[in-house]
Design a protein. Structure first.
Length: 445
């Protein structure tokens, strides 16, 4: 090989080596930048996760994310997955029958009332006196008794056990969902404290026999609210530690707003969240088009509405559960929370005395030892002296000025048949009770 050939070969080899070196450098550079980009991406994710944690902590501090407190203990939130989800935890509500009351050709349609005759606001008269020459004289009906009814075979019974004064009414046979009799039963009106039936239905998702002894602290704002609105109360005081059992039974027997609000906060920590769940229950019952709730106590609101027929469905749902039925059927309940009372039945706390409005406290006052507040279901207490071919098992009353006195009751006849009756706009609580007595005595065999 001559010199020129050797030089050419050397140049060729140098070029090949240079190309190989450049290729290796290019590959190394590519790998380097890939690793660097991946490290940057990991850094971004780590920063983002830290920012999320900071945002979450900030939201909790700002109250945007609810957290349980000592004053408002929380229990496990029920699963809200769809019924089709096989992993959904079964609740008591899955086993209830949602009744669908309907009219038939045999339904007794009582005359509707022209509400313009009530020129003055409805004023509750809780005495045992009938108001002479009142608008209710013009709307009161004498019921025609059906075959086999107690009013038919006891003609000497006083007339008030055969009369109906409430301007809204429905009587439902729960065995076939037939509406036996009605009076404007589909008109949405204020349900007043009958609202609390739905309150305990909603709370039932959170409570059971296992946590009835849990305690909840009554906060000052609860008492301030009930005082400002004039709601009926059990008589709890700010700072009292009361059991969930007291909240449940106090909501029904005394129609206690202090108990109802406490129950809602125990369950959800927030009343509005609880009200949202109430309306979810309404939706599951198929009542959402005609019924809507805005608070847990039944305080009047233009957007709080429920017909007598819809309330019949709500009560019929509640009495299917043992715990709820017991709350609705208790005649007398004494709170776990104990107090010392003076001779007049007032709670004594140093220099502070508060009226409980409960029955039978004064006679125990001289013992000077803490005892529970005794509360009664006024409807059941008062209707027990009426004669029936069956038993009024449970009931809840209500009153707001804009809607008069109302009541919902559950009745079991001696033949085993079951009925729900709901009435609205009566002149007094006594009149509501007499109306239910008249309806059961006249329209159930």
């Amino acid at each position: 090989m001559n010199n020129d050939s050797r030089k050419g070969m050397a140049i060729f080899l140098r070029v090949i080596i240079a190309i190989m070196i450049m290729a290796v450098l290019a590959i190394a550079g590519f790998i380097y930048f890939q690793i660097k980009d991946q490290m940057k991406e990991n850094d971004k994710k780590e920063v983002a996760e830290q920012e999320i944690e900071v945002d979450k902590a900030t939201a909790i501090d700002a109250g945007k994310i609810a957290t349980p407190t000592v004053a408002t203990p929380m229990v496990a939130t029920p699963t809200v997955a769809t019924p089709e989800d096989p992993n959904r935890e079964k609740t008591w509500f899955d086993d209830v029958v949602i009744h669908k009351p309907h009219m038939t050709k045999n339904t007794i349609n009582l005359p509707k009332v022209d509400m313009s005759i009530f020129e003055e606001p409805v004023v509750e008269d809780d005495s045992n006196e009938e108001n002479a020459n009142s608008p209710w004289d013009r709307v009161t009906l004498t019921l025609d008794s059906v075959k086999g009814s107690i009013n038919l075979h006891t003609p000497d019974e006083p007339s008030k056990s055969q009369q109906l004064a409430s301007t809204y009414m429905v009587l439902v046979d729960l065995d076939n969902d037939e509406i036996i009799a009605e009076r404007d039963c589909e008109v949405p009106v204020s349900p007043a404290s009958m609202t609390k039936i739905l309150t305990i239905i909603t709370a039932r998702d959170f409570i059971s026999e296992d946590n009835l002894d849990d305690t909840f602290e009554i906060t000052p704002d609860i008492i301030e609210y009930t005082d400002a609105t004039g709601c009926s109360c059990v008589g709890f005081r700010p700072g009292d530690e009361v059991t969930v059992r007291d909240l449940l039974y106090g909501t029904i027997l005394r129609s206690g707003a202090d108990a109802a609000i406490g129950l809602a906060r125990y369950c959800c920590g927030d009343e509005q969240k609880f009200v949202d769940l109430m309306n979810e229950k309404v939706k599951k019952m198929g009542l959402a088009e005609t019924t809507h709730f805005t608070n847990v106590v039944g305080l009047y609101d233009d957007n709080l509405r429920c017909s007598m027929k819809d309330m019949a469905v709500i009560l019929a749902t509640a009495v299917q559960d043992d715990l709820l039925r017991d709350a609705l059927s208790r005649r007398i309940y004494k709170t776990d929370a104990k107090y010392i009372f003076d001779e007049n039945g007032y709670i004594v706390d140093g220099d502070v005395e508060e009226e409980t409005g409960s029955a039978g406290d004064a006679e125990n006052a001289e013992k000077s030892e803490p005892i529970g507040i005794e509360i009664v279901n006024l409807f059941l207490y008062r209707i027990d002296d009426r004669e029936f071919d069956g038993t009024v098992v449970g009931a809840k009353t209500g009153y707001v000025r804009q809607a008069g006195c109302c009541a919902a009751s559950y009745y079991e006849a001696k033949d085993g048949k079951r009925y729900v009756c709901v009435t609205g706009n009566a002149v007094s609580t006594w009149r509501s009770i007499y109306d239910h007595a008249s309806i059961y005595r006249s329209y159930t065999p």
